[in-house]
Design a protein around this ligand. Structure first.
Ligand code: GUN
Length: 283
Protein backbone atom coordinates (compact mmCIF):
# COMPACT_ATOMS: atom_id res chain seq x y z
CA UNK A 1 0.00 0.00 0.00
CA UNK A 2 1.29 3.43 -0.88
CA UNK A 3 1.29 6.08 1.83
CA UNK A 4 0.69 9.70 0.87
CA UNK A 5 3.10 12.18 2.46
CA UNK A 6 0.46 14.70 3.45
CA UNK A 7 2.14 18.10 3.73
CA UNK A 8 -1.12 19.99 3.91
CA UNK A 9 -2.23 18.26 7.06
CA UNK A 10 1.20 18.48 8.70
CA UNK A 11 1.40 22.19 7.89
CA UNK A 12 -1.87 22.79 9.77
CA UNK A 13 -0.58 20.84 12.75
CA UNK A 14 2.63 22.91 12.83
CA UNK A 15 0.78 26.20 12.41
CA UNK A 16 -1.53 25.41 15.31
CA UNK A 17 1.46 24.91 17.60
CA UNK A 18 3.15 28.07 16.33
CA UNK A 19 0.03 30.15 16.85
CA UNK A 20 -0.11 29.07 20.47
CA UNK A 21 3.57 29.83 20.91
CA UNK A 22 3.27 33.31 19.39
CA UNK A 23 0.27 34.02 21.62
CA UNK A 24 2.60 33.77 24.58
CA UNK A 25 5.17 36.18 23.14
CA UNK A 26 5.29 39.74 24.48
CA UNK A 27 5.59 41.11 20.96
CA UNK A 28 4.85 39.73 17.52
CA UNK A 29 7.56 38.42 15.20
CA UNK A 30 7.71 40.20 11.86
CA UNK A 31 8.42 39.01 8.32
CA UNK A 32 9.11 41.36 5.42
CA UNK A 33 8.80 39.99 1.89
CA UNK A 34 10.11 41.86 -1.14
CA UNK A 35 8.42 41.10 -4.44
CA UNK A 36 9.83 42.58 -7.63
CA UNK A 37 7.87 42.46 -10.88
CA UNK A 38 4.68 40.64 -11.80
CA UNK A 39 5.65 36.98 -12.06
CA UNK A 40 2.24 35.29 -11.53
CA UNK A 41 3.61 32.31 -9.58
CA UNK A 42 5.62 34.60 -7.28
CA UNK A 43 2.52 36.69 -6.60
CA UNK A 44 0.58 33.61 -5.52
CA UNK A 45 3.45 32.35 -3.33
CA UNK A 46 3.91 35.72 -1.66
CA UNK A 47 0.20 36.09 -0.93
CA UNK A 48 0.13 32.59 0.58
CA UNK A 49 3.08 33.49 2.78
CA UNK A 50 1.39 36.67 3.97
CA UNK A 51 -1.96 35.00 4.67
CA UNK A 52 -0.33 32.19 6.63
CA UNK A 53 1.84 34.60 8.63
CA UNK A 54 -1.14 36.77 9.56
CA UNK A 55 -3.23 33.72 10.52
CA UNK A 56 -0.74 32.70 13.22
CA UNK A 57 0.10 36.15 14.56
CA UNK A 58 3.23 37.06 12.59
CA UNK A 59 3.27 40.65 11.36
CA UNK A 60 3.89 40.45 7.64
CA UNK A 61 4.74 43.21 5.31
CA UNK A 62 4.98 42.81 1.53
CA UNK A 63 7.00 45.44 -0.30
CA UNK A 64 6.14 45.38 -4.00
CA UNK A 65 8.29 46.96 -6.69
CA UNK A 66 7.77 47.19 -10.44
CA UNK A 67 10.21 45.13 -12.52
CA UNK A 68 11.89 48.37 -13.60
CA UNK A 69 13.23 49.13 -10.11
CA UNK A 70 17.00 49.73 -10.13
CA UNK A 71 19.39 47.39 -8.38
CA UNK A 72 20.62 50.35 -6.33
CA UNK A 73 17.16 51.17 -5.01
CA UNK A 74 16.55 47.55 -4.04
CA UNK A 75 19.91 47.33 -2.27
CA UNK A 76 19.14 50.53 -0.37
CA UNK A 77 15.84 49.06 0.81
CA UNK A 78 17.56 45.94 2.08
CA UNK A 79 20.10 48.05 3.91
CA UNK A 80 17.24 49.95 5.54
CA UNK A 81 15.46 46.72 6.56
CA UNK A 82 18.71 45.34 7.99
CA UNK A 83 18.93 48.34 10.30
CA UNK A 84 15.26 48.33 11.30
CA UNK A 85 14.86 46.55 14.65
CA UNK A 86 11.17 45.99 14.00
CA UNK A 87 12.05 43.65 11.11
CA UNK A 88 13.02 40.14 12.25
CA UNK A 89 13.02 38.32 8.92
CA UNK A 90 13.67 39.37 5.32
CA UNK A 91 12.73 37.34 2.23
CA UNK A 92 13.42 38.50 -1.31
CA UNK A 93 11.18 36.45 -3.59
CA UNK A 94 13.08 34.85 -6.48
CA UNK A 95 13.42 35.07 -9.42
CA UNK A 96 14.48 38.69 -9.75
CA UNK A 97 14.49 40.58 -13.09
CA UNK A 98 17.65 40.01 -15.13
CA UNK A 99 19.11 43.50 -14.62
CA UNK A 100 19.32 42.90 -10.88
CA UNK A 101 22.12 40.74 -9.49
CA UNK A 102 20.52 38.07 -7.31
CA UNK A 103 23.90 37.51 -5.62
CA UNK A 104 24.37 41.18 -4.71
CA UNK A 105 20.87 41.35 -3.26
CA UNK A 106 21.13 38.15 -1.24
CA UNK A 107 24.66 38.95 -0.07
CA UNK A 108 23.47 42.20 1.48
CA UNK A 109 20.80 40.62 3.70
CA UNK A 110 21.88 40.48 7.33
CA UNK A 111 22.46 36.72 7.95
CA UNK A 112 20.57 37.04 11.25
CA UNK A 113 17.49 38.17 9.32
CA UNK A 114 18.01 35.82 6.34
CA UNK A 115 14.84 33.74 6.68
CA UNK A 116 15.66 31.69 3.55
CA UNK A 117 19.14 30.76 4.76
CA UNK A 118 20.48 31.84 1.35
CA UNK A 119 23.21 34.34 2.35
CA UNK A 120 26.83 33.19 1.93
CA UNK A 121 27.20 33.16 5.73
CA UNK A 122 24.29 30.78 6.26
CA UNK A 123 24.99 28.72 3.14
CA UNK A 124 28.66 28.49 4.11
CA UNK A 125 27.78 27.37 7.62
CA UNK A 126 25.52 24.68 6.18
CA UNK A 127 28.15 23.44 3.73
CA UNK A 128 30.88 23.34 6.37
CA UNK A 129 28.72 21.21 8.63
CA UNK A 130 28.04 24.01 11.13
CA UNK A 131 24.70 25.42 12.16
CA UNK A 132 23.36 28.34 10.10
CA UNK A 133 20.92 30.77 11.74
CA UNK A 134 18.19 28.93 9.83
CA UNK A 135 18.02 26.19 7.19
CA UNK A 136 16.49 26.87 3.73
CA UNK A 137 12.71 26.45 3.82
CA UNK A 138 12.02 23.81 1.17
CA UNK A 139 14.72 21.32 2.22
CA UNK A 140 13.76 21.89 5.86
CA UNK A 141 10.11 21.20 5.02
CA UNK A 142 11.05 17.99 3.20
CA UNK A 143 12.98 16.69 6.21
CA UNK A 144 10.17 17.58 8.63
CA UNK A 145 7.75 15.73 6.35
CA UNK A 146 9.96 12.61 6.16
CA UNK A 147 10.48 12.71 9.94
CA UNK A 148 6.73 12.85 10.52
CA UNK A 149 6.42 9.51 8.73
CA UNK A 150 9.45 8.09 10.61
CA UNK A 151 11.44 7.70 7.40
CA UNK A 152 15.05 7.19 8.43
CA UNK A 153 17.74 8.52 6.09
CA UNK A 154 20.77 6.81 7.63
CA UNK A 155 22.58 4.78 4.97
CA UNK A 156 19.87 5.33 2.37
CA UNK A 157 20.68 6.31 -1.19
CA UNK A 158 18.93 9.62 -1.80
CA UNK A 159 18.88 10.79 -5.41
CA UNK A 160 18.08 14.46 -5.87
CA UNK A 161 17.13 15.63 -9.35
CA UNK A 162 17.85 19.36 -9.61
CA UNK A 163 20.87 21.34 -8.37
CA UNK A 164 19.35 24.70 -7.46
CA UNK A 165 20.48 26.83 -4.53
CA UNK A 166 16.88 26.82 -3.31
CA UNK A 167 16.43 23.04 -3.09
CA UNK A 168 18.99 20.59 -4.52
CA UNK A 169 22.23 21.95 -3.11
CA UNK A 170 21.13 22.75 0.46
CA UNK A 171 19.07 19.56 0.67
CA UNK A 172 22.12 17.50 -0.30
CA UNK A 173 24.03 18.83 2.72
CA UNK A 174 21.14 18.46 5.13
CA UNK A 175 20.71 14.85 4.03
CA UNK A 176 24.44 14.18 4.29
CA UNK A 177 24.18 15.38 7.89
CA UNK A 178 21.68 12.56 8.38
CA UNK A 179 24.22 10.03 7.05
CA UNK A 180 22.53 9.34 3.74
CA UNK A 181 24.45 8.65 0.53
CA UNK A 182 23.56 11.50 -1.80
CA UNK A 183 23.60 11.75 -5.58
CA UNK A 184 22.64 14.99 -7.30
CA UNK A 185 21.46 14.73 -10.90
CA UNK A 186 20.78 17.61 -13.27
CA UNK A 187 20.16 18.54 -16.88
CA UNK A 188 23.59 17.27 -18.04
CA UNK A 189 23.36 13.95 -16.21
CA UNK A 190 23.78 10.99 -18.55
CA UNK A 191 21.55 7.96 -18.06
CA UNK A 192 19.32 9.63 -15.50
CA UNK A 193 17.04 6.61 -15.24
CA UNK A 194 19.95 4.29 -14.40
CA UNK A 195 20.74 6.46 -11.40
CA UNK A 196 17.18 7.09 -10.27
CA UNK A 197 16.59 3.31 -10.39
CA UNK A 198 19.09 2.96 -7.54
CA UNK A 199 17.33 5.50 -5.29
CA UNK A 200 15.84 4.46 -1.97
CA UNK A 201 14.49 7.99 -1.81
CA UNK A 202 14.01 10.16 -4.89
CA UNK A 203 13.56 13.92 -4.62
CA UNK A 204 12.71 15.73 -7.83
CA UNK A 205 12.94 19.52 -8.00
CA UNK A 206 13.00 20.37 -11.67
CA UNK A 207 9.66 21.92 -12.68
CA UNK A 208 9.04 19.53 -15.57
CA UNK A 209 7.13 16.28 -15.75
CA UNK A 210 10.14 13.95 -15.96
CA UNK A 211 9.85 11.15 -13.40
CA UNK A 212 8.14 8.05 -14.72
CA UNK A 213 7.38 4.73 -13.09
CA UNK A 214 10.01 2.88 -15.15
CA UNK A 215 12.77 5.12 -13.71
CA UNK A 216 12.21 3.93 -10.14
CA UNK A 217 12.59 0.76 -8.16
CA UNK A 218 9.60 -0.75 -6.45
CA UNK A 219 9.13 0.50 -2.87
CA UNK A 220 11.02 3.74 -3.49
CA UNK A 221 10.06 6.83 -1.46
CA UNK A 222 9.19 9.72 -3.79
CA UNK A 223 9.26 13.42 -2.89
CA UNK A 224 7.96 15.74 -5.60
CA UNK A 225 9.12 19.35 -5.25
CA UNK A 226 8.19 20.47 -8.77
CA UNK A 227 5.09 22.58 -9.31
CA UNK A 228 3.85 24.05 -12.56
CA UNK A 229 0.70 24.33 -14.64
CA UNK A 230 0.44 21.95 -17.61
CA UNK A 231 -1.02 22.90 -21.00
CA UNK A 232 -4.55 22.27 -19.71
CA UNK A 233 -3.99 24.58 -16.73
CA UNK A 234 -3.79 21.72 -14.23
CA UNK A 235 -1.29 22.01 -11.37
CA UNK A 236 1.32 19.29 -11.77
CA UNK A 237 4.53 18.06 -10.23
CA UNK A 238 7.64 16.44 -11.70
CA UNK A 239 6.33 12.95 -11.04
CA UNK A 240 3.76 10.94 -12.98
CA UNK A 241 1.76 10.51 -9.78
CA UNK A 242 -0.86 8.18 -11.17
CA UNK A 243 1.60 5.50 -12.26
CA UNK A 244 4.45 6.09 -9.81
CA UNK A 245 2.07 5.87 -6.84
CA UNK A 246 1.40 2.24 -7.87
CA UNK A 247 4.99 1.22 -7.09
CA UNK A 248 6.18 3.75 -4.47
CA UNK A 249 6.00 3.02 -0.74
CA UNK A 250 5.52 6.71 0.08
CA UNK A 251 4.83 9.60 -2.27
CA UNK A 252 4.21 13.32 -1.82
CA UNK A 253 1.39 14.76 -3.95
CA UNK A 254 1.34 18.03 -5.86
CA UNK A 255 -0.38 20.10 -4.65
CA UNK A 256 -0.51 19.26 -0.95
CA UNK A 257 2.96 17.81 -0.36
CA UNK A 258 6.14 19.85 -0.24
CA UNK A 259 4.54 23.25 -1.04
CA UNK A 260 2.68 23.59 2.27
CA UNK A 261 5.78 22.37 4.11
CA UNK A 262 7.85 25.18 2.59
CA UNK A 263 5.39 27.70 3.99
CA UNK A 264 5.35 26.00 7.40
CA UNK A 265 9.16 26.13 7.43
CA UNK A 266 9.13 29.81 6.57
CA UNK A 267 6.96 30.43 9.63
CA UNK A 268 9.24 28.26 11.79
CA UNK A 269 12.28 30.16 10.50
CA UNK A 270 10.69 33.56 11.15
CA UNK A 271 10.05 32.57 14.76
CA UNK A 272 13.55 31.09 15.16
CA UNK A 273 15.14 34.32 13.96
CA UNK A 274 12.85 36.36 16.19
CA UNK A 275 13.80 34.26 19.21
CA UNK A 276 17.53 34.43 18.44
CA UNK A 277 17.34 38.22 18.09
CA UNK A 278 15.49 38.53 21.38
CA UNK A 279 17.66 36.33 23.55
CA UNK A 280 18.38 38.27 26.69
CA UNK A 281 21.93 37.55 27.72
CA UNK A 282 22.17 37.05 31.48
CA UNK A 283 24.04 39.72 33.40
N1 GUN B 1 11.21 31.28 -5.16
C1 GUN B 1 10.83 29.98 -5.18
N2 GUN B 1 11.09 29.39 -4.00
C2 GUN B 1 11.63 30.34 -3.20
C3 GUN B 1 12.10 30.34 -1.84
O1 GUN B 1 12.08 29.34 -1.11
N3 GUN B 1 12.58 31.53 -1.39
C4 GUN B 1 12.62 32.65 -2.18
N4 GUN B 1 13.14 33.76 -1.65
N5 GUN B 1 12.20 32.68 -3.44
C5 GUN B 1 11.71 31.53 -3.94
Amino acid sequence: MTIILDGKQLKEKILLKLKEKINNFEKKPSLTVILVGDNPASQIYVNNKRKTAEAIGINSNIIKYPKTISEKELLEKIHELNKDDRVNAILVQLPLPEHISKEKVINLINPQKDVDGFTPYNFGKLFSGEKPFVYPCTPKGILILLDEYNIDLDGKHVVIVGRSNIVGKPLSQMILNRNATVTICHSHTKNLAEITKTADILVSAVGENIIEEKMLKSGCIVVDVGIFKDSTGRTRGDVDFENVSKIASYISPVPGGVGPMTIASLMLNTIELFEKQNIKTPL
